[in-house]
Design a binder for this molecule. Structure first.
Ligand code: SAM
Length: 268
């Protein structure tokens, strides 16, 4: 599985659902309480994980505009109306170039998940300014924050995670990515502009039975670390072999730090 393949997004979705921070989610639900026809824009929607997760909490009159630049993922997201009954339209947009177009029209809430660690500081500022200028609340779930716990321990864990975090900062189409700084930067950016921000941890937690998920994450990290050149190849192979053996033996656990946030325009 590569990058943002539909298979990978499907594999991670249950872990994302479990990870979402309940207090932040409650605040999101409260934001749209009483709105019988909420209009929501989901940025970088993938196959529509955010719709599947949030739709049951909102009025049946909800409508979603789903935005992504991957046409194959968008085609799957377009099927959501059939599966969820909620009204969905899709918009093929490169958010680096046309963020403003994605936000145009009447919007009650902007959502995203697993996007902010891909974007740069200037793009994050642009997003904050554009949502605030339109007085739209903004919910960003599952921004990776650099915390990783693996069990049992291996001598290379620290070096591997440091290299993963360095790789996270490489350009993902928006300029140098915020990577593990995304969550802190996003909270600070929206607060600086006067928003009231609710935020909290939303970690992936995988146990011994979650073999496919752990193997996929570990393989992705090994490949990212190889690209950085920070760790000798033989050390990466030793580390990955150890980790995969633990997964196969049912003795491996993994916790990956993420943060959810909701920013609401403050009174000015
Ligand atoms: C990690 S996936 C998250 C997908 C979805 N939000 C989820 O949680 O399952 C990141 C998403 O960002 C989209 N993306 C990346 N760069 C983009 C860009 N420049 N414009 C629009 N979408 C982009 C990818 O196509 C992918 O769907």
């Amino acid at each position: 599985m590569s990058g943002f393949s539909a298979d990978w997004l499907a594999l991670r979705e249950p872990f994302d659902v479990n990870a979402r921070n309940a207090d932040v989610l409650d605040a999101v639900i409260a934001t749209l309480a009483g709105n019988t026809q909420p209009r929501i824009v989901d940025l970088a929607c993938g196959t529509g994980s955010t719709v599947r997760t949030l739709a049951p909490y909102f009025s049946p009159g909800q409508t979603w505009k789903l935005v992504d630049n991957d046409l194959s993922l968008l085609a799957r997201a377009a099927d959501l109306t059939k599966h969820t009954g909620v009204s969905v339209i899709t918009a093929p947009v490169d958010l680096n170039h046309d963020l403003e177009a994605a936000l145009d029209g009447a919007v009650d809430l902007v959502t995203t998940s697993a996007l902010l660690d891909l974007v740069s500081a200037p793009w994050l500022e642009r997003l904050a300014v554009e949502t605030l200028a339109r007085s739209i609340p903004f919910y960003a779930a599952l921004s990776y924050d650099g915390r990783v716990e693996m069990g049992p321990a291996h001598a290379m864990d620290k070096a591997i995670v440091a290299a993963v975090n360095r790789h996270q900062r490489s350009d993902k189409g928006f300029g140098p990515a915020l990577g593990p700084d995304a969550a802190t930067a996003a909270v600070a950016q929206f607060e600086k502009l006067g928003c009231v921000v609710v935020h909290g941890e939303a970690d992936w937690v995988a146990g011994p039975k979650d073999r496919d998920f752990q193997n996929e994450v570990l393989a992705g990290w090994a490949s990212a670390v190889r690209e950085t050149g920070d760790v000798p190849l033989t050390d990466i192979v030793d580390w990955l072999t150890f980790r995969r053996d633990q997964v196969a033996a049912g003795t491996s656990s993994l916790r990956v730090g993420h943060v959810d946030m909701l920013a609401r325009p403050g009174k000015r």
